[in-house]
Ligand binder design. Structure first.
Ligand SMILES: Cc1cc2nc3c(=O)[nH]c(=O)nc-3n(C[C@H](O)[C@H](O)[C@H](O)COP(=O)(O)OP(=O)(O)OC[C@H]3O[C@@H](n4cnc5c(N)ncnc54)[C@H](O)[C@@H]3O)c2cc1C
Length: 302
């Protein structure tokens, strides 16, 4: 979608929102798949309510991009624009055991920064790519921990009211890769409350998690992490592996040989290829186990 209406362009400029025309989602997502659309970069949180109003009045649909590490985006010209927060400086400010973090901050760098100041708990998130905002939306987690456990407060722009609001941790439900935020709520910042832990101890935990990832995941290849959520009490990867589906391909979309729940783009896979592979694997698992696998990857194919 292209923004070229002069009044809309003027409105964006007045709000201080930067227009990046014809952004390629294949270059902005870890899967390396996705078509083209205009991208709007937001530098000031305060401009968001006005921006949403402007887009609404001009009938411009939008989607919200974090680091693009959990997304499968359709091919071709996309029928909506992308909103993205510009990374802040500094991304994290500490106050005792509280970390005030901007949603656009890089998750891995946030974990490391906090660790260097003797604040732990998030060791499992060290290899999870993307932003803190994306991690909040997905309730990212690994190796028995999830970011939601440390959330004290979230600043967000509510989709329903287009107003900036603050939610306390107990007002938010964080479940396995699911949160109670409304679909279009935008995470802007978070206060995490982290346990004190000596840096050396945190570093040991980080090294263990890094080693586990290195030994089991196709880290050098383009992926979006796990494609499917694990069903209650079962492992999606194990079921796919047991069916001998590692290496199964549609075009350049392939079930990883290393981790059966990671689907990789080995070259020029299209969204169509990846969606066909996902549908095929889902159907085979359903036939064999009677389990309907649910996507963990967020699919933008409308
Ligand atoms: C190699 C690899 C390993 C991975 N390992 C793990 C793992 O161990 N555990 C795990 O949980 N995940 C894992 N992932 C998946 C992914 O990294 C996480 O889900 C991550 O938290 C997504 O963050 P992001 O900023 O990239 O979000 P994006 O992919 O950009 O977006 C994901 C969703 O969040 C929404 N979103 C993003 N930012 C915001 C915001 N500020 N406000 C509102 N909505 C927002 C988007 O609209 C979209 O719906 C892995 C991915 C890869 C590639």
């Amino acid at each position: 979608m292209r923004i070229n209406d002069p009044n809309l362009l003027k409105g964006l400029a007045e709000l201080g929102v930067e227009l990046r025309p014809a952004a390629k989602l294949s270059e902005l997502t870890s899967l390396g798949i996705g078509g083209t659309t205009d991208l709007l970069r937001i530098t000031k949180h305060e401009s968001i309510p006005g921006l949403l109003q402007l887009l609404g009045e001009n009938h411009v649909p939008h989607k919200f991009l974090g680091g693009g590490s959990n997304l499968l985006v359709n091919d071709g010209e996309l029928p909506w624009v992308i909103l993205q927060l510009a990374p802040p400086e500094p991304g994290v400010v500490l106050e005792g055991n509280l970390a005030h973090v901007d949603a656009a901050a890089d998750l891995g760098r946030t974990v490391t920064f906090c660790a260097k100041h003797d604040l732990g708990g998030m060791e499992g998130l060290i290899g999870v790519p993307g932003t803190v905002g994306g991690a909040l939306r997905m309730n990212a987690g690994a190796y028995g921990m999830q970011i939601g456990s440390y959330v004290r407060e979230v600043k967000l722009c509510r989709a329903a009211t287009r107003k900036i609001d603050t939610l306390r941790g107990h007002q938010i439900s964080f479940e396995y890769r699911h949160t109670s935020f409304a679909a279009d709520d935008m995470m802007l910042a978070v206060i995490l409350e982290l346990p004190s832990k000596p840096y050396n101890e945190i570093l040991k935990g980080i090294r263990i998690c890094n080693e586990k990832r290195r030994s089991s995941q196709p880290l050098g290849q383009k992926s979006a992490g796990c494609i499917f959520k694990n069903p209650l009490g079962a492992s999606a990867g194990r079921m796919i592996d047991e069916l001998g589906l590692k290496g199964l391909s549609v075009g350049d979309a392939r079930v990883s040989d290393r981790h059966a729940n990671f689907f990789v783009n080995t070259g020029r896979a299209s969204a169509k290829d990846m969606l066909a592979l996902i549908a095929d694997v889902r159907e085979r698992v359903h036939k064999a186990y009677g389990v309907a696998l649910e996507n963990e990857v967020v699919v933008w194919n409308a």
